[in-house]
Design a protein around this ligand. Structure first.
Ligand code: ATP
Length: 239
């Protein structure tokens, strides 16, 4: 049977005071899909992710997740529902150990044996975090903090993983490492919404993509099709 729709956004609008950041966004993500969202600085990518996780209020339209209307669901309840976001700029807790940061991601769960098993999984996914598990998170490099933020988000056992610019500020080798993990998660069946300025890499990995411009979706389609679109090439791939 066809995969079911996990996230359905219709005519979504969002404002910062009187400034409208999202102008009627409609987006759909099916179970198991990796969907990329690309666009220039200020296009509204982070705003869209934050309306999904509930940190940013919506002013119109609807967000349906797993059959549930999110309009009346608070941000913390959305985590319980299975939405986990890796925020832009990582936001790990610097003075806390790597281990404690990862464990923090499991706060919505009570299954301690499975939490321990999932921590082992995170250390398999990101071996450097095992080596540094007792260190303060603030002492990690930018790339390692990105891995830590991803591990923390995965401890939720999310149905939908929201990744906001995971490659930002990282050296090419680390970017590759992060994208390899994204590939592996996809292979394991995780549904992922990936926001990236690094449009070429994001679209080549994605099943489908959306292009956002000043709060509007201006293009959508299979990742490979967008990658070969002349407008996308000119605007986002520097060609
Ligand atoms: P970036 O990659 O720079 O984060 P983005 O595509 O994620 O860009 P957003 O951060 O979502 O874009 O911003 C969308 C619009 O909303 C921009 O015009 C921005 O100036 C505005 N905006 C974002 N945050 C705020 C805020 N806290 N107050 C007022 N306006 C904001």
């Amino acid at each position: 049977s066809a995969p079911k729709t996990l996230l359905e956004i219709k005519d979504l609008t969002s404002h910062y005071g009187r400034i409208q950041a999202l102008h009627g966004i409609s987006i759909e993500i099916k179970e198991g899909e990796l969907v990329a969202l690309v666009g220039a600085n200020g296009a509204g990518k982070s705003t869209l992710l934050r309306t999904i996780s509930g940190i940013q209020p919506m002013s119109g339209g609807s967000i349906n997740f797993n059959g549930q209307d999110l309009a009346v669901v608070s941000a913390d309840k959305r985590v319980f529902a299975g939405i986990s976001q890796v925020p832009e700029g990582r936001q790990v807790f610097g003075p806390m150990s790597v281990e404690d940061n990862i464990r923090l991601g499991a706060y919505s769960r009570k299954d301690s044996a499975e939490i321990a098993a999932d921590m082992e999984k995170m250390y398999d996914l990101f071996p450097i975090l095992r080596q540094k598990c007792k260190q303060a998170a603030g002492t990690l490099s930018g790339g390692q903090q990105q891995m830590l933020a991803m591990a923390r988000a995965l401890m939720v056992r999310p149905k939908l993983l929201l990744l906001d610019e995971p490659s930002m500020g990282l050296a090419p080798l680390l970017i590759e490492e992060i994208f390899n993990v994204v590939k592996r998660l996809k292979k394991e069946g995780m549904t992922i919404f990936l926001v990236e300025q690094n449009a070429a890499q994001a679209l080549s990995l994605a099943d489908r993509g959306y292009v956002l411009e000043t709060g509007h979706v201006v293009l959508s389609g299979p990742g490979k099709v967008l990658l070969n679109d002349d407008k996308v090439k000119a605007a986002y791939l520097g060609m």
